[in-house]
Ligand binder design. Structure first.
Ligand code: SAM
Length: 224
């Protein structure tokens, strides 16, 4: 099963409206070149949630060519975005896209492995007050490391932060008992299942799993 092949999703996608022509063109180029980027349904949900919550500081794990970073920057003219990418080819492409657009003044591209960059950011924000912490986190990198990423961002998030993890369904492979795709991706499947079980056990978190896009986990801290 591939959730992107389901006709109902195609119908929904056919009604997608880009934020503006520039982002529509960037999406088209990314899709034509096979560059990974948020699905249109995911974009719609991110647009709705960030529009309602108006985060000031966004942390993104996984930049690719910078589509979602630019999308966040354009949706939220006041927000600052930190985005992390480790692949040199992606980094160069993202830099080129950012250089063409003024919103990139609010985008801080950190290069390197997310785990080690998060350690740097944790050190930088060690004595930070709530206003300097991230109030929105989008985890869209290294699907086998979601638990580690979540635990790492906890100390640099505000108490009312929203954390969204993309690709929870792994294109449907997560429910595929057998088949070549399931075999090929068995490590990611194993870690994603473990991550979902881990989320179940976290009594301090409110977690909503959605099947939209490629599957999303929407996470908030429970607090009084
Ligand atoms: C799905 S793409 C990101 C798409 C982007 N958020 C968008 O919608 O335009 C995931 C990216 O995460 C990067 N990545 C994967 N593991 C990483 C890690 N451990 N640290 C930093 N970047 C990583 C990959 O190189 C890839 O470019």
């Amino acid at each position: 099963m591939n959730v992107r092949d389901i006709p109902l999703k195609e119908l929904a996608d056919s009604h997608y409206k880009a934020l503006d022509e520039d982002l529509a063109a960037l999406r088209r180029v990314n899709e034509e070149e096979g560059v990974p980027l948020i699905l249109t349904e995911t974009e719609g949900l991110l647009r709705l949630i960030t529009g309602l919550t108006k985060p000031h500081k966004i942390l993104e794990l996984g930049t690719a060519h910078g589509y979602s970073s630019l999308f966040f920057a354009r949706c939220l003219p006041e927000a600052e975005i930190t985005t992390i990418e480790r692949n040199p080819v992606m980094i160069e492409a993202a830099r080129a896209e950012f250089a063409k657009r003024s919103e990139s003044e609010r985008i801080d591209l950190r290069t390197g492995d997310a785990a080690s960059i998060l350690d740097d950011i944790k050190a930088e924000l060690k004595n930070a007050d709530e206003s300097q912490k991230y109030d929105f986190v989008f985890i869209d990198a290294a699907k086998s490391h979601y638990r580690e990423f979540l635990e790492s961002v906890e100390s640099i998030c505000t108490k009312d932060a929203i954390i969204i993890c993309d690709n929870i369904l792994l294109k449907g492979w997560i429910v595929e008992a057998d088949g070549s795709a399931a075999r090929r991706h068995r490590t990611s499947i194993k870690y994603m299942k473990q991550f979902l079980d881990y989320l179940d056990k976290r009594e301090d978190l409110d977690v909503t799993i959605l099947t939209g896009g490629d599957g999303l986990a929407i996470i908030r801290y429970k607090y009084e």
